[in-house]
Write a protein that binds this ligand. Sequence first.
Ligand SMILES: Nc1ncnc2c1ncn2[C@@H]1O[C@H](COP(=O)(O)OP(=O)(O)O)[C@@H](O)[C@H]1O
Ligand SMILES: [Mg+2]
Length: 223
Amino acid sequence: MELLRLEDVSYSYQTKYQTIEAVKHVSCSFEQARMYAVVGESGSGKSTLLSLMAGLDLPVSGDILVEGKSLKTLSRDRYRRDIASVVYQSFHLFPLLTAQENVMFPMEMKGIRSGEAAERACRMLTRVGLPDKIRKQFPKMMSGGEQQRVAIARALAAEGKILLADEPTGNLDSENEAHIVKILKELAHQEGYLVIVITHNPEVAKAADHVLQMKDGRLVTGR
Ligand SMILES: Nc1ncnc2c1ncn2[C@@H]1O[C@H](COP(=O)(O)OP(=O)(O)O)[C@@H](O)[C@H]1O
Ligand SMILES: [Mg+2]
């Protein structure tokens, strides 16, 4: 079933000296329970596209539809809180919170009481393959692979439908990369998430059901 649709989406950055057209007339649609990879050279507009799909920015022209409803009319705060979560290359965990507290954070934002949030956080951390001892650790005491798994657990805690990842394995060795790819794939195929991963890595792209290629702000078709 179609979950997300981009209709003729364009976005440009306005700097002091110029207008940079980062995304140009992109149209595509994404189904739930599928994993998509977005590939393309540096500067081709991948991260900009992801931030539009995450509701962090609005297209300059064109529209993004979630279950048929325009992001212009939906509350983007609610979209980001309840539907779409983002995972980044550099993890972006809160340094002063433990693994468990990091995962509890989005649930507390939603008003879930802390006992339940704590219990759910532990479940999510187990879900991404982390041992119990990680719960009380701070990010700086964890490896990159562990931090990325905590970041994925935190994204899952939002219990949304869309998981967006910008180079999620960019800072990881190949063993951790394989683990993250496996988790993302399972989230799509077993738990019904729409997973969209930006990647430079052919191994990650190979794991996806569909590959979309960006070139100079445009989408040039893939498989
Ligand atoms: N905040 C910004 N201000 C101005 N230009 C930007 C900004 N972010 C990205 N760009 C430009 O937009 C284009 C697309 O960038 P980006 O979406 O980051 O590409 P990618 O993720 O594929 O490397 C590039 O030309 C980049 O320099
Ligand atoms: Mg990028």
